[in-house]
Design a protein. Structure first.
Ligand code: NDP
Length: 276
């Protein structure tokens, strides 16, 4: 078992290169899998106000016996907290539900451009960072146009943008924008959210040749591109499988094979239309 390495955010904070996704899961399930994951060597846990399991995540953290300072806890807040003071309140609410006094990474969950308050929410996050209540700040589902506004109006880029990304939706424009601005790309639904990605012929063939599982091939692809995947499982027996992707490397030919299944942005959730 190889440890999960870290990536370094633009402010120098170290973030694990792979984490555990927490949606959908109730509090009880969340508590059990978070404790098991931390004991199995996971350090990054990705929850959200919207998942309604922050209390369970907090209980799992305490049950794990792992030192809090070794963990990297991420949560996200909803549209109703888009505002400078509101974002501070969103932090306080999540911290209380989690039972933590500090959150490692706090994200604006969706830009909700129709509300047009994400820049104010970003200012709230900047204040929380200054006050040391969070170690890093970021956004989720922001398009380059939304990021342009954050940069233009505050001069500060998010440390992380968490977006929908897998080999069939490889999001090259977003990745290039992030790379140009020092933003780490975190991949949600990295193994296809229980759909048919893991049955894709190219992935299954490659997995067979390498004696890996399809999930491991896909997760290794993310890691090799410098992306931080957060695969969700509520099955303890899958925890080791999903994290053991740091002891092998895909060669250029294999990366090219995976590039060939990119279907563009078809089916990607449109953050100008959807949000909460
Ligand atoms: P994932 O791509 O992580 O897929 C999860 C699904 O794959 C579940 O059905 C899980 O089932 C199954 N699975 C897990 N491991 C394996 C395996 N080794 N082999 C086969 N199947 C497996 O999708 P998610 O949509 O859950 O995305 C991951 C995380 O991203 C979420 O949990 C959440 O934290 C975050 N997210 C963020 C969003 C945002 O707007 N920012 C939106 C959506 C997700 P089982 O549990 O039974 O193992």
């Amino acid at each position: 078992m190889t440890d999960i390495p870290n990536v370094t955010l633009a402010n120098g904070i170290e973030m694990p290169a792979l984490g555990l996704g927490m949606s959908p899961m109730g509090d009880g399930e969340a508590e059990a899998i978070v404790a098991a994951a931390l004991q199995a060597g996971y350090r990054l846990i990705d929850t959200a106000e919207n998942y309604r399991n922050e209390a369970g995540v907090g209980r799992g953290i305490r049950a794990s016996g792992v030192d809090r300072d070794e963990m990297f806890v991420t949560t996200k807040f909803n549209e109703r907290w888009h505002g400078e003071a509101e974002a501070q309140q969103a932090f306080a609410n999540s911290a209380e539900r989690l039972g933590l006094d500090r959150i490692d990474l706090l994200l604006i969950h969706w830009p909700n451009p129709r509300k047009d308050r994400y820049v104010e929410a970003w200012r709230g996050l900047l204040r929380l960072l200054e006050e040391g209540k969070v170690r890093a700040i970021g956004v989720s589902n922001f398009k380059p146009a939304h990021l342009d506004r954050l940069l233009g109006e505050t001069g500060v880029a998010p440390h992380v943008n968490q977006i929908e990304l897998d080999p069939t939706h490889s999001r090259p424009e977003e990745r290039a924008y992030h790379a140009a601005h020092g933003i780490v790309t975190e991949s949600w639904s990295p193994i296809g959210a229980g759909g048919d990605l893991l049955a894709n012929r190219t992935i299954v063939d490659l997995a067979g040749r390498r004696s890996k599982t399809p999930a491991q091939i896909v997760l290794r692809w993310h890691v090799q591109l410098g992306l931080v995947p957060i695969p969700k499982t509520s099955k303890p027996e899958r925890l080791a499988e999903n994290k053991d992707v740091f002891d092998f490397e895909l060669d250029q030919g294999e990366m090219d094979e995976l590039a060939s299944i990119d279907g563009g942005d078809v089916g990607v959730t449109d953050a100008d239309r959807f949000g909460h």
